[in-house]
Design a protein around this ligand. Structure first.
Ligand code: SAH
Length: 213
């Protein structure tokens, strides 16, 4: 598992592309400049690792486009020490970005194959999540709630109620909502029953699936 000067150079170019597309938060740009994205992909796709595109990983899933990862990470406004729940661990790339931002990350994945692969891989390259969980993200993680923020990295046909209820007051839920195309949506919990909602344009994700296991 090598990270060469060539990879570092390509990463810096990717960071510049993201800056051109409007990503501003220094912590987010620094994380993307640091994390060896090529190691999160199958070897056949190494040449594509630093292009701003989504790519296939195992189990018919994708590693999200770097711009999408950066955009969602900015909306979360992670502060060091924040307790963050991620739905859809996938390759673990977004997990690594959250860890670089100083978050204590809990991440749920429903595909066993990916859960196993990523649970082994992340610590190998030095990224330790607080907990990686094999389960159904629709339910959130009631035992560990409340969270400072929650990020959903698959397209949700609707907003799962447990995710809203597991936010701290002041907490943020970033979730792409929709079936074929998703609207990036931010919920901010203003009070026990009060939520502010903001929308940020269209994105495309693999679907957030109901647990069929
Ligand atoms: N964050 C990932 C993106 C992976 S794509 C990355 O950076 O690579 C979305 C992931 O969500 C897939 O791995 C998919 O298996 C997972 N997923 C889909 N439905 C889910 C559910 N109900 N609960 C948990 N994970 C789910």
């Amino acid at each position: 598992m090598k990270d060469t000067f060539r990879h570092k150079g390509l990463r810096q170019q990717l960071v510049n592309v993201l800056i051109d597309k409007g990503i501003k938060q220094p912590g987010v740009l620094k994380a993307i400049g640091k994390i060896p994205r090529h190691l999160f992909m199958d070897s056949g796709f190494l040449d594509h690792a630093y292009v701003d595109k989504a790519f296939p990983i195992a189990a018919d899933q994708t590693i999200s486009q770097p711009y999408t990862v950066a955009f969602q990470s900015e909306l979360l406004q992670v502060q060091p020490g924040d307790k963050v729940l991620e739905i859809g661990t996938g390759s673990g790339y977004q997990t690594a970005v959250l860890i670089e931002l100083g978050a204590k990350v809990y991440s749920i994945e429903r595909q066993q194959e990916l859960f196993k692969k990523t649970s082994k891989f992340l610590p190998q390259i030095g990224y330790r999540a607080k907990s990686l969980i094999f389960g159904d993200g629709y339910k959130g993680l009631p035992d560990e709630a409340p969270f400072d923020s929650i990020i959903v990295t698959a397209g949700a046909p609707f907003v799962p109620k447990p995710l809203l209820s597991q936010l701290k007051v002041g907490g943020r839920l970033v979730i792409p909502v929709g079936v074929d195309v998703q609207t990036m949506t931010l919920f901010i919990r203003k009070g026990t029953k009060e939520f502010e909602q903001h929308e940020f344009g269209e994105f495309r994700f693999v679907p957030l699936l109901e647990n069929k296991n």
